[in-house]
Structures are given as structure tokens and as C-alpha cells.
Design a protein around this ligand. Structure first.
Ligand code: AHM
Ligand code: MG
Length: 336
């Protein structure tokens, strides 16, 4: 009965978000419209990523992004599609993209109340070999529509309204939280719709996997080194953890959310603030982790309590199963 109901009574992402928003009497559908434009961007990128090998879209576009990395054609394309989709939604006022050095202030005629921070195509080192990559986004609301400033996006992560990511993998999965739990939707290519496939995702309280770039080990601080040592040689009689590291944050976080465990991109002697960017990598993923019952920590504080001072700011991050992050916090308290 239930299986049949699912097959004929399709819970699309739009229907799901409309249901969620209808609980708020002040909702006028603006968020649903904004989200449908984000979904359009994700579908475009999904289709472009699938065709990338064939269409020879891969290759350098001859530009460098703000972090000084070479931009691939797919990154440039994805960024353009997202910026245009978000602006044309008429629901945004400030956009922060990993690919653009400056924030985009939307023309007053097209302005709405939402700010969107996003990484249109994260995991660029994995594009050319067909490994999973993704889009990450976080959404804020402006304070005063007639006086929009950069301060509207330089807010702590706790002020975020919604966050999500879309993973372009063996299937295309969009994971979203609007602040009441986490839900996962899978793109049905024959319908062109994201269908609810992972309702109310909860991360296991403790995991069996750790995920980190161990090539940076020689520059780690004592707490990270000790944590990873404990993963491999546990002293409490528990079995060692498995190591899984894809090098695409979306894919590594998605696995962590579903299977449990911990993902870390710590600070090290060479990168004192780590690598990942606060506004469009650390915050959205931390928001999702907390909403799924996990935790996210910077080595000093709860990640969502950070107050960024510039739009491309970086921060170390340790996120995942509640108990595993608790262990990292204890090591920092002991060794820092
Ligand atoms: P990117 O913006 O150049 O794609 O870098 C971000 C990516 C993340 O997806 C991933 O978690 C991390 O970089 C991997 O970094 P490293 O190759 O240093 O392990
Ligand atoms: Mg990126």
C-alpha cells in the first residue's frame, strides 16, 4: 500500500516546501519561488555535469577565481546560471558566490528579501575524472529592504533561514533544511523533478568513519593528530574507524550525514584558517548537521556562532556524529 502511494502520490520538493511554509501564516510563497529557482540551477548543472565528458565542456576557461585557482568551464557556466536564476527570481538582494570576488547587489527593481551565499560547483579537482561534485547554498533574510549592506550577509550561521546542497553523483540528490529537520530529494530524470526519498534525515549518534586529507598530517596541531591516532589505534577496545575521503565536500558530508562519522578540514601550520569558506561551505553544512542531530565545531567554538568579517573568510571545521565531534572538542579542551 505505502509503496504504491509513493509511486502515485509524488512528494516533489516544491510540494514539500509549500507544505512546510503553509505552517507559517505570514508566508506568501516567496521562499518557495526562491527555492524553485535554486532547483532550476541544480537541474542545469546536473545536466551539464552528465554531459561534460561528451560535450567537451571540460577545460580551462582562461580565468582565475578569487582563491587564485584555475576556473574550469563548468564552474564558470554553473556560476552564471545560478546568478541569473537567483536574480530573475525577484526574491534576492545580495548574492555571494565562491566564484565572484565581490558580492552581487541585485538591481532595486528586482530586489527581494533573501540573501543567498553559494558555491555553484564545489570539488573542482574532481570534475575532470567524473567523481561526485556539488552545489552548496545558505539563505539569509535582509533586515531592511531599503538599506541593504554587506552586513546582511556577514551574520553568524545561527541566523541562517535555510541551507542545502545538491550532489551530482551516481544520482542527483538535493538535501535541504529550512530549520525543521533535514530532507533529501532525488532527481527523477524522466520527470525532471526532485522527489522526497530521504525524509527526516538523522545522523547516527556515533560513526565508524573519519574523513580527512591525511596528506596534511605533518602540519596538524596536537588535537587533530591525537584524534586521528585514536581513530586508527583506539585504546578503549573499540574497532578502528575506516577512512573515507573523496575530496569533494558535498560527497564527503553527504556520506557522513547518512552513514555517520566525522568530516574534518582542520587548520594546519600552512593554512591557519583551514581551507573551507565560512559563508558557503562551513555554515550551510554545519546548519544541516545540527538539524540532523549532529554537531559542527571550529576547534574553538560552535561553527554556527562564528561571525564572519569578510565574505570569503575561511574556517577550520569538524562536523558529523554528535559523539565523534564531542570527542574532538574534548581533545581541544585538553591540548589547546
Ligand atoms: P574547491 O572550492 O577548489 O573545489 O575546494 C573545496 C574542496 C572541498 O570540496 C573539499 O572538501 C576540499 O576542497 C578538499 O581539499 P583538499 O584537496 O585540500 O583535501
Ligand atoms: Mg568550490
Amino acid at each position: 500500500h505505502t509503496a504504491d502511494a509513493h509511486r502515485t502520490d509524488l512528494m516533489t520538493i516544491t510540494r514539500h516546501v509549500l507544505n512546510e511554509q503553509s505552517r507559517n501564516p505570514e508566508s506568501r510563497g516567496d521562499f518557495t519561488i526562491l527555492l524553485s529557482h535554486i532547483v532550476l540551477g541544480c537541474k542545469f548543472v546536473a545536466s551539464a555535469v552528465n554531459k561534460a565528458g561528451l560535450a567537451k565542456l571540460i577545460g580551462l576557461a582562461g580565468e582565475t577565481n578569487v582563491q587564485g585557482e584555475e576556473q574550469k568551464k563548468l564552474d564558470v557556466l554553473s556560476n552564471e546560471v545560478f546568478v541569473k536564476a537567483l536574480v530573475s527570481s525577484g526574491r534576492t538582494c545580495i548574492l555571494v558566490s565562491e566564484e565572484d570576488e565581490e558580492a552581487t547587489f541585485v538591481d532595486p527593481a528586482l530586489r527581494g528579501k533573501y540573501c543567498v551565499c553559494f558555491d555553484p560547483l564545489d570539488g573542482s579537482s574532481n570534475i575532470d575524472c567524473g567523481v561526485s561534485i556539488g552545489t552548496i547554498f545558505g539563505i539569509y533574510m535582509i533586515k531592511d529592504k531599503d538599506n541593504v549592506t554587506l552586513e546582511d550577509v556577514l551574520q553568524p550561521g545561527t541566523n541562517m533561514l535555510a541551507a542545502g546542497y545538491c550532489m551530482y553523483g551516481s544520482s542527483c540528490t538535493l538535501v535541504l533544511s529550512t530549520g525543521s529537520g533535514v530532507n533529501g530529494f532525488t532527481l527523477d530524470p524522466s520527470l525532471g523533478e526532485f522527489i522526497l526519498t530521504h525524509p527526516d534525515i538523522k545522523i547516527p549518534k556515533k560513526g565508524k568513519i573519519y574523513s580527512v586529507n591525511e596528506g596534511n598530517a605533518k602540519n596538524w596541531d596536537a588535537a587533530v593528530a591525537k584524534f586521528v591516532e585514536k581513530c586508527k589505534y583506539p585504546k578503549d577496545g573499540s574497532p578502528p574507524k575506516s577512512l573515507r575521503y573523496i575530496g569533494s565536500m558535498v560527497a564527503d558530508v553527504h556520506r557522513t550525514l547518512l552513514y555517520g562519522g566525522v568530516f574534518l578540514y582542520p587548520a594546519d601550520k600552512k593554512s591557519p584558517n583551514g581551507k573551507l569558506r565560512v559563508l558557503y561551505e562551513v555554515f550551510p553544512m554545519s546548519f544541516l548537521m545540527e538539524q540532523a542531530g549532529g554537531q559542527s565545531f571550529t576547534g574553538k567554538e560552535r561553527a554556527l556562532d562564528l561571525v564572519p568579517t569578510k565574505i570569503h573568510e575561511r574556517s577550520p571545521v569538524f562536523l558529523g556524529s554528535y559523539d565523534d565531534v564531542e570527542e574532538i572538542k574534548a581533545l581541544y579542551a585538553e591540548l589547546a
